[in-house]
Write a protein that binds this ligand. Structure first.
Ligand code: FAD
Length: 497
């Protein structure tokens, strides 16, 4: 029988943060976008601790800030770590100073079932067609080009959809990424397993840190402790692959045994009870091996989010990388469909920026793991980076405590912030503080490339989203490369100076 093929401009595989970011930003330009999602939302996902640029940069561009603000997610002002030498926990704050919080110097801890649904519903509201319970099986090809997908609906019916672009945002589980060519390379350094569950009535840190993520290193690895509401806490252990035996057998016993190895997490959970029903009732295991694919795009197809690469979860970078790559690929597709930039330039820029951001976090995390708790323990000595020379990281605590995501050393963006200040009382205080901080006590590690870069591009996205044309002209990230348009939704060739 003749099957009628549908046609869209763009088919997005997966309705996670990467897919819905891309789908929304392309649909907002009036293009016909179809998002195909295997599950029916709300669905469970791990990755609950977010970074500010996702909230104040991407969510702002998506037009979903208010809804996110009203959802009741705990505010995350930073992280508290029992990590490195010494047993005293230290705080890392997103604001310029722990005492002063700027309007954008926080993120949220989110229940991903709720957060992801808000983003996907918003994509539909902004014009994307969303079909859930629809599993993409393969891509269609037209010679060298990817030209659409085949998917299966809830009733096992198969459908063919033609599209100018197929975007793979299907996360770490799908194998669709292979159709872009190349291979998936795993990191030798970050190969761990995570075991996690949920607790009611765990203790909270004292204000102003009660919304922070707490991370505790212990001999076999490290724990996360993430407040998801006043009473609900996400608790997970990350252990190295050689310790896999520790998470085998009965998961409840395994988790309890690991908790017993900690200092603070054990105390926080002393009066807590594990959730045993609903989406949080299960103890789950995830391989969190880090990887990146050797290619991120081919004509007609691009990979975003975990489909392209994944890096260790300790610094909560997953959703940032997912939504950031959604933005980059949206700029590329919008630019090509509008006839503004050729396909190769647009997607090379997208891939280069995504790779760079990934590498920046990768390096940053290597340094982070280099601060061993216990040199003699196998976990930490295996994590030692022989070539690393980031000795300044001993004083990481004070240094990052003053870090601003609204833009230290941002050059053009900082100058733009000052211009913007004249029109905005909302930002005035934060901008004054930031500037004063930069001039008077700029700490040496702010100049350390590893720390600065880890925050820089996120800050740039955030500044552009908040300030639009007031953010001023950008310089290309790469020689001869492209820059974001004023609204942040296209690429442009930078104006000759
Ligand atoms: P996903 O969120 O996985 O979404 C992909 C979607 O595609 C899913 O909804 C899936 O159902 C759908 N799909 C899959 N296959 C198909 C198909 N064939 N057809 C149609 N749909 C399909 N990140 C953080 O930011 N903070 C954290 O604290 C954090 N902690 C983590 C802890 C652990 C142990 C791990 C392993 C990861 C953690 N992450 C964290 C990372 C985070 O989970 C991911 O980076 C993030 O979810 C990636 O988003 P995505 O949109 O790329 O993919």
């Amino acid at each position: 029988s003749a099957v009628k093929e549908e046609e869209f401009d763009v088919v997005v595989v997966g309705g996670g943060p990467a897919g819905s970011t891309l789908g929304t930003l392309v649909a907002m330009q009036g293009h016909r976008v179809l998002i195909l999602e295997k599950e029916t939302f709300p669905r469970y996902q791990i990755g609950e601790s977010l970074l500010p640029s996702t909230i104040h940069g991407i969510c702002h561009l998506l037009g979903v800030s208010e809804e996110i603000a009203k959802a009741g997610f705990p505010r995350k002002k930073g992280g508290t770590f029992r990590w490195g030498s010494g047993s005293t926990p230290w705080n890392f704050s997103f604001s310029v100073s722990p005492k002063i919080s700027g309007p954008t110097s926080f993120a949220y801890q989110v229940e991903r079932s709720k957060f992801d649904k808000i983003l996907l519903d918003n994509a539909a509201r902004k014009g994307a067609e969303v079909r859930q319970n629809s599993t993409v099986l393969d891509v269609l090809e037209d010679g060298e080009r990817v030209a659409g997908v085949v998917y299966r609906d809830a009733d096992a019916g198969e459908h063919r959809v033609r599209a100018k672009y197929v975007v793979d945002g299907s996360g770490n589980t799908s194998s669709l990424y292979k159709r872009v060519g190349g291979t998936r390379e795993y990191s030798e350094f970050f190969r761990s397993l995570a075991l996690f569950g949920y607790f009611e009535n765990g203790a909270r840190m004292a204000e102003p840190f009660s919304g922070n993520i707490f991370c505790e290193a212990f001999p076999s690895g490290w724990f996360w402790y993430i407040p998801l509401s006043d009473t609900l806490t996400s608790v997970g252990a990350v252990v190295r692959r050689e310790d896999a035996a520790k998470i085998q057998g009965d998961p409840e016993t395994a988790l309890n045994n690991l908790i017993a190895e900690t200092g603070t997490v054990k105390n926080y959970l002393a009066d807590a009870s594990r959730v045993t029903t609903g989406q949080y009732g299960e103890i789950r295991v995830r391989k969190d091996y880090s990887y990146r694919n050797t290619s991120f795009w081919r004509p007609g197809m691009v990979l975003i989010g975990d489909a392209a690469c994944f890096v260790d979860p300790v610094f909560s970078s997953g959703v940032h990388l997912a939504t950031y790559s959604g933005l980059l690929a949206a700029r590329s597709i919008n630019s090509v469909l509008a006839g503004r930039i050729d396909e190769k330039s647009a997607f090379d820029e997208c891939e280069a920026r995504y790779r760079r951001e990934y590498s920046v976090f990768y390096e940053f995390l290597m340094s982070f793991y280099d601060m061993h708790v216990d040199e003699s323990s196998y976990f930490w000595s295996a994590k030692k980076v022989t070539s690393s020379s980031h000795t300044e990281l001993e004083s990481f605590v004070e240094l990052v405590a003053g870090m601003s995501t609204t833009g230290f050393e941002l050059g053009g963006a900082e100058a733009a912030a000052l211009r913007f200040k004249e029109n905005s009382t909302e930002f005035a205080d934060a901008i004054d503080t930031m500037t004063a901080q930069n001039e008077s006590n700029m700490s040496p590690l702010f100049r350390s490339a590893v720390v600065r870069q880890a925050m820089q591009e996120g800050a740039q996205v955030q500044t552009r989203a908040q300030l639009g044309e007031d953010a001023g002209d950008e310089s290309p990230l790469f020689d001869g490369g492209l820059v974001a348009s004023e609204d942040g939704l296209f690429w442009e060739r930078s104006a000759p100076r």
